[in-house]
Ligand binder design. Structure first.
Ligand SMILES: [Zn+2]
Length: 71
């Protein structure tokens, strides 16, 4: 059985539910506040993409052409 991740729209709590394939979110409620306004998450596949690992190294302040430190 696949595990689905949900997020409560009311309090923001994220939780996982073991659910049969094709079964809806009917009757599923937030374990934290009991609210049934929840939305399905797909975070298992969605992950950090675009701007990870593309940060350029910024030289420390003060280190420039006039700097005489031994970098
Ligand atoms: Zn909640």
């Amino acid at each position: 059985m696949p595990i689905y991740e949900y997020r409560c729209q009311d309090c923001g709590t994220r939780f996982e539910i073991l659910q049969r394939l094709g079964q809806g979110a009917d009757g599923v409620s937030c374990p934290s506040c009991g609210e049934e306004r929840i939305e399905k998450q797909f975070s298992t596949f969605a992950s950090s993409t675009a701007d990870s690992g593309r940060r350029e190294a910024v030289p420390a302040a003060g280190c420039g052409p006039a700097c005489r430190c031994v970098h």
